[in-house]
Design a protein around this ligand. Structure first.
Ligand code: C5P
Length: 417
């Protein structure tokens, strides 16, 4: 029961104007629920129904739920005299495309304007969020992936698609995100991008970069992690108002603005710095921690002429992610997020890793040399939370960081103070 003396927290959607473009996919029926949920939270929804969209939901149902007229035709004299399509595209705080079909995404990427939906998407000066929905092969086709990547580069945000059974009896990524997930992305947008600071008062701990494990005073074991993704996550969390402690291994990345940066070299130093930084509301372990260190590091530089190459005996490093996830109640961050860098069976391995490490979420990414993730600008990730897997399109590491920070903000907001 809610306490009558405590006023309800204002919804971040109160008074927001959403322009919802409903395109032609079977998932269009979920938009009716989305409209209802948006309106419950105080948003005004104006809908545009494409010709395909109208094959799946009727203008009458959309109109009944939005309590506004439904826009369908670019050439409608009445619509144009009442509300020109340019005005329609600008009189919104956010444009949401759900379902975003392969065809509509392709036309958006190409800049076509051959119906009302694409015309307003080209004319709008407002942020755009798309919820892709299509057959798994269509989603995985390089043409769709390239279109989505291009749209992301231009600042379009995506939510989903999810994995699961599809109307076409195939299985895999392509299902539109559920209305609640789209709602979360919209809330995340308004609490974050619009200048809100949903993580104010929260402490976020982030690990980033590689670790260096000394062999002797001049040599060390390292890996190719650049720290770009972890540093971008720290910056994104700080932008949303969090106090951020970034524990960083040796990288060339500049310190992200607004973060307290603790520079360390070895895995054991990283663990000590993390434990010293607790308590935290969220921990994101993005560092590529060396699994092993050299047992009994040499005090002096190993010499070449010491009778053949030295034999290095390795010993296991502590697992920082697992240690944070297993911390006792009160010290364990409420949300512990790990990364899983894999070169094959990415999602399958990552799902198992989440359970093994005891963390809440895992961000799985493809680090096979062909993907160019290590040191590269872009990342292709899958977010695993409990039983659900969300496949994100390839996007810049900053965009991945912003989307992850939004998801963290929504999660912590739900979890309460
Ligand atoms: O076991 P693996 O290295 O694949 O696990 C990756 C995840 O675990 C990452 O989130 C990484 O930061 C974390 N990790 C850690 N300490 C280790 C090894 C990995 O925190 N010693």
């Amino acid at each position: 029961m809610s306490d009558p003396l405590v006023p309800a927290a204002p919804s971040p959607l109160d008074g927001r104007r959403i322009l919802l473009v409903i395109a032609g996919g079977i998932a269009a029926y979920k938009c009716l629920d989305l409209i209802r949920r948006l309106r419950e939270r105080g948003a005004a929804v104006r809908a545009v129904l494409t010709e395909g969209g109208a094959q799946f939901v009727t203008p009458l149902s959309v109109q009944a739920l939005t309590e506004d007229r439904v826009y369908q035709d670019l050439w409608s004299l009445t619509d144009e005299s009442e509300m020109g399509h340019i005005r329609l595209s600008r009189e919104a705080d956010l444009v949401v495309v759900a379902p975003a079909t392969a065809d509509l995404l392709a036309r958006m990427a190409a800049g076509l304007a051959n119906d009302l939906a694409t015309t307003l998407l080209l004319a709008t000066d407002k942020p755009v969020l798309v919820a892709p929905a299509m057959n798994v092969r269509m989603w995985q086709h390089p043409a769709t992936q390239a279109n989505v990547a291009l749209l992301c580069q231009r600042g379009v945000r995506t939510v989903g698609p999810n994995d699961g059974p599809m109307a076409c009896h195939e299985h895999g990524p392509g299902r539109m995100a559920e209305p609640m997930e789209i709602l979360d992305a919209i809330v995340g947008h308004f609490s974050g991008a619009a200048g809100g600071r949903p993580l104010a008062g929260r402490h976020a701990l982030v690990t980033s970069g590689p670790t260096h494990e000394p062999i002797d005073p001049v040599r060390y074991i390292a890996n190719r992690s650049s720290g770009k993704q972890g540093h971008a996550i720290a910056a994104a969390l700080a932008r949303l108002g969090a106090r951020v402690t970034l524990v960083a291994g040796p990288t060339r990345e500049p310190d992200p603005p607004g973060c307290t940066v603790m520079r360390i070299e070895t895995a054991r130093q990283m663990l000590d710095a993390c434990l010293a930084a607790l308590p935290a509301d969220v921990a994101v372990c993005a560092a590529a921690v060396a699994d092993w260190r050299v047992k009994g590091t040499a005090g002096q530089k190993l010499k070449k002429d010491a009778g053949g190459p030295p034999v290095l005996e390795l010993t296991e490093n502590p697992d920082i992610l697992a240690t944070l996830a297993a911390a006792e109640a009160g010290r364990r961050p409420r949300l512990v997020v790990g990364f899983a860098a894999e070169t094959q069976n990415i999602v399958e391995y990552a799902v198992a890793k989440r359970v093994r490490k005891g963390c809440d979420w895992i961000v799985a990414n493809d680090v096979s040399p062909a993907a160019g993730t290590f040191g590269g600008r872009d990342n292709t990730v899958h977010l695993i939370r409990g039983g659900t897997v969300e496949h994100w399109p390839t996007m810049g590491k900053e965009a991945v960081a912003a989307r992850l920070a939004d998801a963290i903000a929504v999660h912590l907001e739900r979890a309460g103070p």
